[in-house]
Design a protein around this ligand. Sequence first.
Ligand code: NDP
Length: 333
Amino acid sequence: MNLWRLKRRPVGDIADGDLAYVSEPIPELQDGEFLVRVNYLSLDPTNRIWMSDMEQYMPPVGLGEPMRGGVVGRIVKSRKPGWEEGQLVAGLGAWADHIVTDGTGMSMMPEIPGISIPNAFGTFGVVGPTAYFGLLDIGQPKAGETLVVSAAAGGVGQIVGQIGKLKGCHVIGIAGGPEKCRYIVEELGFDAAIDHKAEDVGAALDRLAPDGVDINFEQVGGPIMSAVVSRMKHFGRMPLCGMISTYNATSAEEEPGRWTLILMRRLTIRGFIVTDFAHRFPEAVQQLAGWMLEGKLKTRQDIRPGLARADEWVKLLYSGGNFGKLLVEVTPE
Ligand code: NDP
């Protein structure tokens, strides 16, 4: 089997040699274990967090250990009753083409007619529930409110904006480049887009949301977050989903975040990790799948070929080189 192991913790951007691609024999199956042939690997911004030893929400990947990642694939051999050959499973695994597991962190993945495996995995795996619970439970959107979402054309952002529209919000997405901005407005139905690579985000918000912002679905941090927070209305809400602009930072120094304004305007900000809602995932998947089948929710996956190039593909997340939920095709279905 082929897999990636973490060799050393990156300093700044992920560099050649931080990860090592190795071939190893598939371990012998023990009772209670099964073997999965991986079809798709999910690459996520949090991969860079797991490679570091900063304070985080689960243990970092240990040096020398297989690199952790979300996977979907079929069971090809099983010594665990109830987990049968041919069953599609998904969950937390490794950057590998085969995985031997006792099933911890894995679940059976329902196959929904009309939704392909990469679309289902790239939507319902992590990013869909993140958008669903972050926006609905924490953002509390109401019809007529103004919602701003950063990293708007990415895995989570594309879904946040569409749920916002389904709830009657005026949705403004912030994304990098004209093609991503065109996509979220023309194909996903956002009301407006701000190209953070070409425009001053604050000036664009003053034009597009002159009365202010009710909900900031924050995914980026830094100056983009400050520009949005400065324009929030009193009692606004800010689901704090991610801070991707800081993940490759070399110092632990925190960006100034308009925290005084947050106090004065009594904004609600709640950091969340999607696994806080794990017990309610079926609800999110059912609702998201329903919207997809009714044609009300579209998602775009950015599928790159070859596990051997995963270390290269993961860097796209931090440069904006991915367009949609980033997946690696490990083994064709
Ligand atoms: P995306 O598909 O959105 O990919 C990341 C995107 O972030 C890039 O394409 C780029 O988009 C944007 N970006 C990267 N660096 C910067 C920067 N310095 N400034 C501005 N934009 C930047 O990834 P996901 O949808 O998977 O994740 C989005 C965010 O949500 C991340 O912060 C992630 O950590 C977080 N997240 C949190 C979860 C939770 O449980 N709390 C679960 C899942 C994700 P562009 O080209 O438009 O700039």
